[in-house]
Design a protein around this ligand. Sequence first.
Ligand SMILES: Nc1nc2c(ncn2[C@@H]2O[C@H](COP(=O)(O)OP(=O)(O)OP(=O)(O)O)[C@@H](O)[C@H]2O)c(=O)[nH]1
Ligand SMILES: Nc1ncnc2c1ncn2[C@@H]1O[C@H](COP(=O)(O)OP(=O)(O)O)[C@@H](O)[C@H]1O
Length: 448
Amino acid sequence: MLPRVALSPPQLLRSMALSPSRHAAPVLTERCFVAELAGSELVYFTCWSGSGPPAPGGSVRPRGFLPRPGRCYSFCIDAAQSLRERVRAARLHKQLQQKLSQAPFGAGCQVLPLLSYCPTDAAAAPEKGFLVQVAQAAPETERSLEELLRLHLPAPAHLCVYQEAEDGQLWRALWRLKGAAEGKERLGRARVVTAPRPDRHPAASHLLDGAVFCSREAARRVLEECMALIPEAKAVLDLVDKCPDLPKKGDFPVIVIEGLDATGKTTVTQSLKDSLNAILLRSPPSCVSQWRKTFDDEPTLIRRAFYALTNYIVASEIAKESTKSPVIIDRYFHSTAAYAIATEISGKVSDLPPLHHPVYCWPKDLLKPDLVILLTVSPEERIRRLQGRGAEKTREEAELEVNSFFRQKVEESYRRMENPSCQLVDASRSREEVFENVLHQIKKHFPS
Ligand SMILES: Nc1nc2c(ncn2[C@@H]2O[C@H](COP(=O)(O)OP(=O)(O)OP(=O)(O)O)[C@@H](O)[C@H]2O)c(=O)[nH]1
Ligand SMILES: Nc1ncnc2c1ncn2[C@@H]1O[C@H](COP(=O)(O)OP(=O)(O)O)[C@@H](O)[C@H]1O
């Protein structure tokens, strides 16, 4: 069983918006929340226990929140401070996500990502949790949820229950779950109102070194913390530690081909290898393939640290090979960053961090290629090719297929990458035309 994560009552009471006294001027709670509803719609809300009308922006009941006549629950896992606690909290969140996708929660429950954040302090780490919408309020579902929290969260665990009152208002009750035998105690009740949409997605300021790693050391520290939990972490670190720091690129051209799966990277890179008499590398490299499934099943913090470190392993190969011949790479840092950003930033393209955000910048200690080409095809053409290829999909590839909003966020994140940015090539044409267009980009970049 995973270690427990401390949920201090003050953080919960703070999110309960217990105003100092019922007659004090009503204030919005310190904590606000954002949930990703179906269709990647984000709903921002907070709780209000003041007696007067809520402040502007906090007076409307958030829509799409509570299925009628159903019920809604939520809980968050405290944003731990130390890296060790962050690793354990991330794995606990992943474990709870898996439990909530199984019976007895499966069919009648919609489990939505929830983020709790402090609107007045962007530096305060957001807390990840879940909003569980239940189509038909049923005591056994509530009991199962309470049991899940009692089992995995530190005692006393806390659960928020949302209900519609006779006046049509949405109310949230905060319950402290004591031991199974002692039942539970209601700590307070507050109205749920919309919260002002922040200028930036609450997760944006915590992407760096939480999902997109901007240094080998930052990624390395995460896997070091995992060694006691994931045996393969040590094997990956041993490989990384054999790689020189800051390997230098050789004199031959280093060209990366990027793009969503089935855009034609494998086809183009193979043709480039033959026509340029180049060495073809891939990220992640084959030497870590056997551990990929293990890390693909881990939460973002750990999974992205793994992919980031594999880029440093490839970098040492690039340094070596580019002294002898041109090097073509199938995926590199831009794939790692684009998938991490699109996974961590809920909502749509408009919710991504703005252009020139540091998360789109190349890590200073990662060997930089001369040219990055992004293959783009229409969604329809991509699906056609995927079906034609019949390849086994990663979970993200499956997600790309069903969730066009996720795909659009990955694509847009690729396009926002800087230093180097991506040169776009329309890859929806014939293999020959696409190859000609890629060669044209390369000749433009390397005139001599
Ligand atoms: N290479 C790479 N893949 C990632 C990363 N993060 C997530 N992925 C997932 O891994 C899939 C691609 O894995 P690859 O090993 O490149 O397999 P592939 O056959 O080359 O993928 P495609 O050719 O694009 O279909 C992506 O579609 C993502 O679902 C990353 O940092 N690097
Ligand atoms: N320009 C193209 N036109 C039509 N089909 C293509 C083209 N390029 C690749 N394909 C086919 O599409 C599928 C995916 O191509 P692949 O090179 O494996 O993409 P990726 O490596 O990006 O996943 C393969 O079946 C491939 O034969």
